[in-house]
Design a protein around this ligand. Structure first.
Ligand code: ISE
Length: 340
């Protein structure tokens, strides 16, 4: 650690929090984990193994009162974000908040208002990591440049091998499709106008409480149609892929790119089993760019107002479980968010 390193408090030491703690300690320059904020003692002390010199706190308020952090990474489940975001904003701390911003649009709006009241510039960057994946960035360039002609449609698949017991039906949208609700407007340069959901044939592996896989159909403001297969019980592995259909051709991202083996007359390629490995490089780039941006007094990624828009799209998505085409409420972006 050097005296200029950003002292980061990581809130939540579950799968994602522990991964960010290891990342900041081992691979990120200009930052150090100075605090692990986690109510569960077992998880908190386990996480400290990867954060030499860090202190353990059970609440964000205690870490702020002890002057232990210059910035915060929030990696708890979305429903716990608001009570961490509000005191961190009041203390004017830069924040990298894992997706989603909060559990619903009303609380997301409260966070946006608290941010505008606390600071003269955005403090929150949202952890939508796909934007930092090299293939997503290249696809966005191809779309924007027009080099393959006009974009006609996007076809996406989002497949998980399984999900934990805490995963509920609404999480198909609020926890999983939320990534597409972020990245599709970013890729296509157009907001989401409406959402429709169709139920695919039930997977016998699906837990009793879930009705899935689902097919999510998005219509964008510019008329582009996007279909997303969301599937969380497909056993074989973790797969996130998109095909872009242009007037002059196709582009595909997210194809399996692991170890190739030839054996017993067969060819095989390794597939990911979790988002932790599939997006490892994107998470590294995201955190490094956030740390560098904080040093410049800014953010470098999606902001809280975008998180509010995504929350509105999620609400439309959850309504669409009951059938029909559901319009997404459109909101005007305050000039405050152009200060980043
Ligand atoms: C999880 O929270 C993620 O963010 C993953 O990227 C997604 O694939 C998964 O479905 C979510 O539960």
């Amino acid at each position: 650690m050097t005296s200029t390193d950003l002292r980061v408090g990581v809130v939540g030491a579950g799968l994602m929090g522990a991964d960010h703690i290891a990342r900041i300690t081992k691979r990120i320059s200009g930052a150090v984990v100075s605090a692990v904020i986690e109510p569960d003692e077992g998880r908190g002390t386990a996480a400290l193994q990867n954060a030499p010199g860090a202190q353990w706190f059970t609440s964000i308020e205690d870490a702020i009162a002890a002057n232990a952090v210059d910035a915060v990474v929030i990696a708890t489940p979305g429903k716990f974000h608001e009570p961490v975001l509000l005191p961190a904003l009041a203390a004017k701390l830069p924040i990298l908040c894992e997706k989603p911003l909060t559990a619903d649009s009303a609380s997301s709006l409260r966070v946006v208002e608290a941010e505008m009241a606390a600071s003269d510039r955005p403090l929150i960057q949202l952890g939508f990591m796909r934007r930092f994946d090299a293939e997503y960035a290249r696809l966005r360039e191809i779309i924007a440049s027009g080099e393959a002609g006009e974009l006609l449609a996007l076809r996406a698949v989002h497949r998980n091998p399984d999900v934990p017991e805490t995963y509920t039906q609404d999480m198909l949208i609020n926890d999983s499709v939320v990534h597409e609700l972020d990245v599709i407007p970013w890729l296509a340069g157009s907001e989401i106008r409406s959402i429709e959901i169709k139920y695919m044939r039930r997977n016998p592996n699906s837990p009793e409480r879930l009705r899935e896989p689902i097919l999510v159909l998005l219509e964008l403001e510019n008329g582009i149609l996007v279909d997303v297969e969301m599937n969380v019980s497909i056993k074989f592995g973790y797969q996130v892929a998109t095909e872009a259909v242009f007037s002059n051709g196709l582009a595909r991202i997210g194809q399996a790119n692991g170890l190739q083996t030839w054996s017993d007359g067969a060819f095989a390629k390794e597939e990911h089993r979790s988002f932790v490995t599939r997006f490892a490089a994107a998470y590294d780039v995201q955190i490094q760019r956030w740390v560098d941006a904080v040093a410049r007094g800014t953010i470098d990624g999606p902001d809280a107002f975008h998180g509010y828009r995504v929350a509105l799209a999620c609400e439309a998505g959850v309504k669409a479980f009951d059938g029909g085409i559901v319009e997404v409420q459109q909101v005007e972006r305050p000039a405050f968010y152009d200060k980043a």
